[in-house]
Structures are given as structure tokens and as C-alpha cells.
Design a protein around this ligand. Structure first.
Ligand code: GLY
Length: 382
């Protein structure tokens, strides 16, 4: 069953929003056939990049799969399928794959295609990506190293975003029967929950470990305002990360932490329900919003609704619908004819002054995912 509709968000609102989104996808499709949109836009316009670096190409492939599943139009399926070879090349030729983000990259390409069409080549490359990903596991500390050379002690850390990379591992165990992927994912999950969450339910973006002893040392931020603030997107990765793990492993801990992450996220929302880029900022701030954080959190709350019925969850659903309504009404590019992105007022990295108050491709993806979740019974790619 698709998510229930509340009075806040009507079926026709969602249908109309999906139609508008498809218009932008069509504009993107004119440019991005063998290339991929940049991670963030410039003046709401993405430029073209190859699939040879970074972590974001698969959001475009995922958008195409969502467009196909939401509309039934074969042109989106063909376009998505046409991209698979670039993911095969990237992994086999090892083009910047020293990252935990293989989960993002291969869930929304290989797994999505396998689940949607049954293409065995897609399944195979996603399994190979899972093999690479477990190569980043650090037994001293029990975590998957986020970035960079796995032998570099300066890089001995995890980041909250990695919760989104775990589904590739759970899926690989389900597909192959080999428990090693799931075991590593569960160890990483438990270490993350032990280290990144503060008493007030806010989260560190990243956490370091001592490479000699494996003991956690300290939490810091990379994309947030300060080490002790709550970077909005990091908090949102936590909100969505919990139902994703729960859907595979059914650990009650995932529900406990889902409540903690989501309570904090909702508590800090400004009046229009779309968070500032860091949750240290609240109403009255001149700081930019991060609409992508809202889109991610909405999908997390909608996913958890399949697994959890409680008063709190019903309240979260109302907030999720309010967030989605706010995105539909005030954050899309439907009145920006020059734009090729879908969702504006997002932030990539404020500290690096990168993609500030622009579209970013994961924001566009999660916005589409939220709409598709409302429109139909959707078998997730995660
Ligand atoms: N995973 C990187 C980011 O959220 O910017």
C-alpha cells in the first residue's frame, strides 16, 4: 500500500507535483544521456559530468527509475538502463571508488535495475560493489571507513551518512545467502549509534577512532556549522537510516534511535517545516535552508510507517506531509523555467561555500522518491 493521505496533502496535490517534476526530468533528459548532472546546480542549472568521481551520479539514475515507475513511460527506463555500463566501467576500472558511498552509487543503479527489470548484469555489479564496500571495514573499532585511503590513519573515522550505504550490504546477504555483508553492516550500525548520538538526540556528523586501539576518540563536523551543532542533512540521514536498517534486520534499537533522531529533527523545524542547513539555526535566521534534508527525512518517516504503528509515528506522518506540502508549494522550480533541477533552496556544503541555496541532485531524487511513495506501492531501491 502507498502511504495514506491526510487532509494536509491531497492525492491531487501529489499527482500534480509528480507531473511538474516529470517536466523537469524531461528537460534534464535532453542534456544528460551519457553524462550525469553535477552534484549541485549553478543558478538552478546542473552541468554535465562523467561517472568517474564523487558520490552523486546514481541519484540521476534513481530519478529516471522513479520517473519510469511513476509514469510507466518506457523512455525513462531506457535512459536508466543506458547508464548501467558506466557503473560497470567505474567499478571495474576503479574510478574513484575509495569511498563508502558505493552504497548510494550502486543501490540506485544496480539494485534499482535488478529489482525493476531483473537484469542479471545489474545484480552482478551491485554485488561486486558490496564486496568493495566491505573492504573498507575496520575490525579495530568495528566500522566502515568513510573516505579516502583505508591505510591512512588520519582517515580513521565514520560518518552518519553511511547509514544509507548499509542497505547494499543487507541486500547482498539476502541475494547471496552469505552473512558476511550483513554482519559488517550490523557492526557498523551499532558503532554508529554508540558514537554519533548526543544526549539531546542531536548527532555528530563524523566520529574518529584511535587506529591502534579502535576506541572512539572524538566527534567533529565537516559540513555542519560547528562540531557540537546538528548538521541538518546528517540528522536526516539518521532519520532515514533507521527504517532502512530496521526493514532488513528488525532490531528494536533502530526504532529507539529513529524516535530520537526524528524528535530532534521535528523539534528544530521552522514555521514552514523546512530546516535551515544546520539545526542550530531556527526561525528568524537569515541562513539558507536545506530542502534536501527535509526530502530525506520525509522518505524516512514514510518508510518507517510500513513497520511501526504508534502515536508518535502518526504525529511524524503529519509532519512529513507538512514538509512535503511545503516543498511542493514553495521549494520546487516549477516557476523557474530556466531551471533544470527540481527542488531549490538546498545546500551542499556551507563551510565550503559549495552549492548554497541551489538545487542538489539528491534533494531532487528524495523529493521524487517521496512523491512516488505517496503515489504507489513502491519496492524501494535501498
Ligand atoms: N553524503 C554527503 C552529503 O550528504 O553531503
Amino acid at each position: 500500500m502507498s502511504c495514506e493521505h491526510t487532509d494536509i496533502l491531497k492525492q491531487e496535490d501529489v499527482e500534480k507535483a509528480f507531473e511538474e517534476a516529470l517536466k523537469k526530468v524531461d528537460i534534464m533528459l535532453e542534456t544528460f544521456k551519457t553524462t550525469f548532472p553535477s552534484p549541485n546546480s549553478n543558478n538552478l542549472i546542473y552541468w554535465a559530468e562523467d561517472n568517474d568521481q564523487g558520490w552523486t551520479q546514481s541519484f540521476w539514475t534513481g530519478i529516471l527509475w522513479l520517473a519510469y515507475e511513476g509514469s510507466g513511460d518506457e523512455k525513462y527506463r531506457q535512459a536508466a538502463e543506458g547508464q548501467l555500463d558506466s557503473y560497470i566501467k567505474r567499478l571495474r576500472e576503479e574510478l574513484e571508488i575509495d569511498t563508502h558511498d558505493l552504497g548510494f552509487l550502486y543501490s540506485l543503479s544496480g539494485v534499482a535495475e535488478w529489482k525493476t527489470t531483473g537484469n542479471k548484469k545489474a545484480r552482478q555489479i551491485a554485488l561486486e560493489a558490496a564486496d568493495h564496500l566491505i573492504g573498507r571495514y575496520k575490525p579495530k573499532g568495528d566500522f566502515i571507513q568513510a573516505w579516502g585511503d583505508i591505510n591512512d590513519p588520519e582517515m580513521y573515522r565514520l560518518i552518519i551518512d553511511c547509514l544509507m550505504n548499509l542497505p547494499l550490504l543487507y541486500w547482498a546477504t539476502e541475494e547471496t545467502g552469505d552473512r558476511k555483508y550483513r554482519e559488517i553492516a550490523v557492526k557498523h550500525l551499532r558503532t554508529t549509534l554508540k558514537t554519533v548520538v548526543r544526549e539531546d538526540n542531536s548527532t555528530f556528523h563524523t566520529h574518529y577512532f584511535d587506529p591502534e586501539t579502535g576506541l572512539p576518540t572524538h566527534g567533529v563536523t565537516r559540513q555542519g556549522y560547528s562540531d557540537d551543532s546538528a548538521w541538518a542533512r546528517g540528522q536526516a540521514w539518521g532519520v532515514y537510516g533507521m527504517p532502512l536498517s530496521y526493514s532488513y534486520i528488525s532490531e528494536p534499537q533502530c526504532i529507539e534511535y529513529y524516535y530520537r533522531f526524528t524528535d530532534f529533527f521535528i523539534e528544530k523545524l521552522p514555521q514552514d517545516y523546512i530546516p535551515y542547513w544546520d539545526m542550530i539555526f531556527t526561525d528568524g535566521s537569515d541562513e539558507p535552508r536545506d530542502s534536501s534534508a527535509a526530502a530525506i527525512a520525509i522518505c524516512g518517516i514514510y518508510e518507517m510507517d510500513k513497520h511501526l504503528k504508534s502515536e508518535k509515528q502518526s504525529t511524524y506522518m503529519l509532519y512529513a506531509d507538512k514538509m512535503l506540502k511545503s516543498l511542493i508549494d514553495s521549494y520546487t522550480t516549477k516557476d523557474d523555467p530556466h531551471a533544470n533541477g527540481l527542488l531549490k533552496h538546498a545546500v551542499y556544503s556551507k563551510p565550503c561555500d559549495r552549492g548554497v541555496d541551489e538545487c542538489n541532485i539528491w534533494g531532487c531524487y528524495y523529493y521524487m522518491e517521496a512523491l512516488v511513495r505517496k503515489l504507489k506501492d513502491w519496492d524501494m531501491y535501498w
